[in-house]
Ligand binder design. Structure first.
Ligand code: SF4
Length: 215
């Protein structure tokens, strides 16, 4: 298992390759960003960015979306996976923001997770991106990269990964670490063909060494 210092070093090295790692979801307001994150589950940010301008233009505020017909929302988002459920979540989420939070996206994890369609990962992403509240949202890339690098235990679940990373890394770097690990997982340490031979983290990566030795 990597020490705290080695984990921080790994995140710093990732930052040298991806100094501007950030959310690629495009949104003009906190509310629209929340909608984009909900829609991005099990689909690409790119697919969401293609359809979101029309959705956001149609429903500018939670009040407008709360009154929407779910079938109309489905039509607007039908190019992404799970669009039926997601459309229901979007409308229900807007309704709850109106009924419980005066039409304003709440900032705490607990309040965010009370919204339909919002799990821990979505809440963490919104907290970090919209409100600058340190959090490490654990997605498939963060899971894979942290396990391959032995930053966390191999059998750690999402919650354990989040807790371990938050313990090992200084709070000031949580948000950057989240995005750097996502970029690392997308472009360097991909699921099927990680680029271990050219990886600047190879020296400290047990999984990478195993793969390189194996050829
Ligand atoms: Fe991923 Fe390979 Fe780099 Fe390790 S050496 S972080 S497995 S790409």
């Amino acid at each position: 298992m990597l020490s705290d210092e080695e984990c921080l070093k790994a995140i710093e090295i990732m930052g040298e390759s991806f100094p501007n790692a950030h959310s690629s979801l495009v949104a003009d307001t906190d509310f629209h960003f929340l909608l984009a994150v909900i829609m991005s589950a099990q689909t690409t940010d790119k697919a969401v960015n293609i359809l979101s301008p029309k959705l956001f233009e149609t429903y500018k505020t939670p009040y407008e979306l709360a009154e929407a017909n779910v079938a109309d929302v489905m039509t607007l988002i039908k190019t992404i996976g799970l669009y039926r459920n997601k459309a229901k979540y979007l409308v229900a989420c807007a309704q709850k923001i109106v009924s419980d939070f005066h039409g304003v996206v709440p900032q705490s994890r607990k309040e965010l997770m009370s919204l339909p369609g919002v799990g821990r990962k979505t809440a963490d992403v919104v907290m970090a991106e919209c409100f600058g509240i340190p959090a490490i949202a654990v997605d498939t890339h963060v899971t894979r990269v942290s396990k391959r690098l032995r930053m966390v235990a191999q059998d750690a679940d999402v919650l354990k990964i989040e807790q371990t990373l938050m313990k090992k890394l200084p709070k000031s770097i949580w948000i950057a670490a989240h995005f750097r690990m996502i970029y690392w997982g997308r472009y360097q340490c991909m699921a099927r063909s990680p680029k271990c031979e050219s990886c600047p983290l190879l020296k400290m990566c047990a999984e990478g060494k195993r793969r390189v030795e194996k050829g």
